[in-house]
Design a protein around this ligand. Structure first.
Ligand SMILES: Nc1ncnc2c1ncn2[C@@H]1O[C@H](COP(=O)(O)OP(=O)(O)OP(=O)(O)O)[C@@H](O)[C@H]1O
Ligand SMILES: [Mg+2]
Length: 281
């Protein structure tokens, strides 16, 4: 069962003086006065009694604009990201944070966590017009999930794009949504458990570009997940176990040669133009 977080301390005073009634323009900001919260890891604990583990703390407090979390199932990827996104939205009036996943429903799961934390923080429960899975804050900040479709998607502008279960999001959708931050110098946060050896999540994880902050963590960092459960999974589905809990980019079932093996076989010093021409037999 999903853990229900308690409200560690009231959100008193944060939006004091704000009228919660429907504004004349539904998405208009009502109160853009600057708000400074404690850093996210401290806020999470004080506000929600959410005690982040060591690596979760690093993720929460990281200010990087290029973040990749490669972590096991049930690590807390969505919860930590939901708190991080909400913290950012409260501190940045009128900002836009868009969640992309392999289905709109999956993106909605992360929004549900945002809504849960927002409610504990005493924020009003309001939607962004036209978005079922969304939160509109009194300061005009918006967090919403979009449908997983590259076709006919209206162009949007975002300050942060979050790819939840990024390894399951197609490259087509990635290419259609990354331009949301083209003009904003916005941030990209990707969170996923590996799935196969193709796609943008795989590519960025294996790339050496130093602008990305890469966070790797396995079930060994999750003492709350009982050993007997892990053993149950290992026995029942050994072909997926190392992927799901030890975050290995294992080849898709049916693939004869792994990507690593192919790369080892490829010799970049070999110039194809110097190879002898193929002869007809
Ligand atoms: N620091 C923590 N303390 C207590 N419980 C935690 C902590 N971090 C995560 N959890 C709990 O672990 C469970 C899984 O969290 P969450 O759904 O965020 O993980 P996930 O990595 O996104 O999972 P999935 O791989 O299924 O998408 C939730 O019940 C969440 O409340
Ligand atoms: Mg998740």
């Amino acid at each position: 069962m999903e853990r229900i977080w308690t409200n560690g301390s009231p959100f008193g005073g944060l939006f004091e003086g704000t009228a919660w009634g429907a504004p004349s323009c539904p998405d208009a900001a009502e109160n853009t006065a600057p708000v400074t919260l404690p850093k996210p890891s401290v806020w999470a604990e004080q506000q929600f009694n959410f005690k982040p583990a060591r690596i979760q703390k690093q993720v929460l407090d990281s200010k990087t604009k290029r973040l990749i979390l490669c972590c096991n199932r049930q690590w807390g990827k969505s919860s930590v990201t939901a708190i991080k996104a909400l913290h950012h939205a409260i501190e940045h009036p009128n900002c836009t944070i868009i969640v992309v996943s392999f289905t709109e429903q999956q993106g909605g799961e992360l929004i549900a966590k945002v809504l849960n934390f927002a409610s504990l923080a005493g924020l009003p429960d309001r939607r962004v017009r036209g978005y079922k899975h969304s939160l509109l804050l009194p300061n005009g900040a918006k967090i919403y999930a979009i449908a997983h479709s590259a076709d006919g998607a209206p162009s949007r502008t975002a300050d942060i794009v979050i790819y939840d279960e990024a390894a399951r999001v197609s490259d087509t959708v990635f290419s259609a949504t990354l331009p949301f931050i083209a003009h904003t110098r916005g941030a990209v946060w990707m969170l996923s458990t590996p799935k196969g050896q193709t796609g943008f999540f795989y590519n960025f994880w294996h790339d050496s570009d130093p602008q990305w902050t890469r966070v790797f963590s396995t079930v060994d960092d999750c003492p709350d997940i009982p050993k007997e459960f892990i053993e149950l999974h290992r026995k029942g589905a050994p072909q997926f176990f190392r992927q799901e809990f030890y975050c290995e980019f294992t080849p898709a079932p049916g693939r004869l040669v792994s990507r690593e093996r192919l790369q080892q076989m490829y010799d970049p010093a070999l110039d194809s133009r110097k190879l002898p021409p193929l002869k007809r037999s």
